[in-house]
Design a protein around this ligand. Sequence first.
Ligand SMILES: Nc1nc2c([nH]c(=O)n2[C@@H]2O[C@H](COP(=O)(O)OP(=O)(O)OP(=O)(O)O)[C@@H](O)[C@H]2O)c(=O)[nH]1
Length: 138
Amino acid sequence: MTTAPAKPIKLVVACALIDADNRVLLAQRPEGRKMAGLWEFPGGKVEQGETPESALIRELEEELGITLPARCLAPLTFASHAYEDFHLLMPLYISRTWEGDPEPLEFQALKWVRAARLRDYEMPPADLPLIPILQDWL
Ligand SMILES: Nc1nc2c([nH]c(=O)n2[C@@H]2O[C@H](COP(=O)(O)OP(=O)(O)OP(=O)(O)O)[C@@H](O)[C@H]2O)c(=O)[nH]1
């Protein structure tokens, strides 16, 4: 019997930013990248030497221009999804508090979305199981 070779696990951290109207921030992936045009939670890969929290704080600063102290991040849930060439493991944090107005520095667009409307936005397959969890929570 043969077993398929294990895919590398890619550790990506992401955050559901929630505004005063209880809407969640979705970001549209830029042109020219894999899954361009899909809507995702801001975040990115954990690099060597980083904790998940420090990676997320760095990504939110680079991608959105916001400052978010680690104490403002709470763990919400995670995604575990087999893509073709890697297995994605993505802790999803949640936050209601940060400094600055999110700007689409590395995205095509940003959108504040009500929980009930999340399915109107096409998201990467790994994110689909996260939607009902967020809807229950919000
Ligand atoms: N930030 C973020 N990434 C997500 C989400 N859902 C999801 O499948 N991903 C995947 O997680 C990976 C994030 O890596 P990345 O931010 O460094 O983006 P990337 O496309 O440049 O990755 P690459 O450098 O391997 O090509 C991508 O493969 C992206 O498709 C999500 O909601 N937020």
